[in-house]
Design a protein around this ligand. Structure first.
Ligand code: DC
Length: 229
């Protein structure tokens, strides 16, 4: 990519479509590395909210935001077959997974200097034998020359339903109507920002997952891998 022969599979799409699960399944089958690019925006949001408690992100200077994003000290470590994320020495794997942090991440991700600060860090994940990258702009901006670009979609209702089931299994009580509303708001912000908006790359394969399950999506993606890589 950008001067590299190492193959990349891009998995882009809206919040809650199952990119993370498909990314792990495909990377597991191929023995490749993964990039969960959303985690970098979530970690940036966490740092911003810690350093500027309750301050609207629009009132923080661009250079301060750039400095936070470019200097994140993050590591991804496999522990007992689980991927654990560290910010400095602190385990933040669960802390960044909340709906609140997703919402904050979507806000910081709309700021061009934050995207610029995270660009090279994302490209550095490209290591042999290959990378499966999940996010919003993997195929359009970060890895424009990728061998395979997949764009996953599903209706907001179906995505909210999946999220609802996951949260209920964890014992978290949630309201379905507010989940749909939150997803719609996040879609709207991610799709309509001027910089790197969420959209399929012109050469992406679009898979609508509304009425198919994870196994079917994974096997469809693997079918494209066999054809293209
Ligand atoms: O994939 P996720 O839900 O963890 O991402 C959180 C937010 O980060 C998402 O709402 C938009 C932003 N994001 C982005 O702008 N570009 C990416 N490549 C990945 C995530």
């Amino acid at each position: 990519m950008i001067g590299s022969d190492i193959p990349v599979i891009c998995l882009d799409g809206p919040a809650g479509v199952g990119k993370g699960t498909i990314c792990l399944a495909v990377a597991g089958k191929l023995g490749w590395h993964i990039l969960d690019s959303g985690s970098l925006y979530r970690i940036t949001a966490l740092q911003v909210s810690r350093q500027f408690s309750n301050i609207d992100v629009d009132s923080i200077s661009k250079s301060q935001l750039f400095d936070i994003a470019v200097n994140l000290s993050v590591s991804y470590v496999e522990e007992d077959k689980e991927l654990v994320i560290y910010l400095d020495d602190e385990k933040i794997t669960q802390l960044i997974r909340t709906e609140e942090m997703g919402e904050k991440a979507s806000k910081v991700a709309a700021i061009p200097v934050v995207r610029e600060a995270l660009l090279e860090r994302q490209r550095a994940f490209l290591q042999a034998p290959g990378l499966v990258a999940d996010g919003r702009d993997m195929g359009t901006v970060v890895f424009p020359d990728a061998q395979l670009k997949i764009y996953l979609t599903a209706s907001a209702e179906e995505r909210a339903h999946r999220r609802y089931k996951q949260l209920k299994e964890k014992g978290v009580s949630v309201n379905m109507a507010s989940l749909v509303e939150e997803l719609r708001l996040r879609d709207d912000r991610d799709m309509n920002r001027p910089t790197a908006p969420l959209k399929p790359a012109s050469d992406a394969i679009v898979i609508d997952t509304t009425s198919i399950d994870i196994e079917q999506v994974t096997s469809e993606v693997m079918g494209w891998v066999e054809k293209r890589i």
